[in-house]
Ligand binder design. Sequence first.
Ligand code: NI
Length: 179
Amino acid sequence: MAIQPIRLFGDPVLRTPAAPVETFDKELRKLVDDLTDTMRDAPGVGLAAPQIGVSLRVFTYWIDNELGHLVNPDLDLSEDVELDEEGCLSLPGLSFDTKRARSVVARGMNMHGEPIVVEGTDLLARCVQHETDHLDGIVFIDRLDPLERKEAMRLIREAEWFGETPPQIRQNPHPAAWL
Ligand code: NI
């Protein structure tokens, strides 16, 4: 088990677009293991690498007892949308109804560099969109209407965890520096 601290809203790594993975080596497999362990421990249904301080395009999910991961995701979204409750491990205790495409086809690679497709609706589709947003430096409250986002920011400023994060990016995108 290698559970990592989860970075909280306000940490610049969550606002940094993550770099594509280019090297499919044991460091990447360790990153997927760390993400999986940290997600299951939280527990959460999804976790993106920037949330544990690694600015690389990788996320894991754990939905309907199915564990998975995706590297360098590229999404095709359905036109029909659905509004449902959404939260984020980086904004503990907060959830808001958030609009997302109802279904998604996500193409990418597994940790061995083999092409894979993750296809899903509802929660899996929501999770894939939420985690891919993290890889682009986007947090789910960015998707809210302006008034709701304002309310979310007010609740964040009041949250006891806010402002406790050291403002630094611990790890850079180069695999050699993950150690
Ligand atoms: Ni999140």
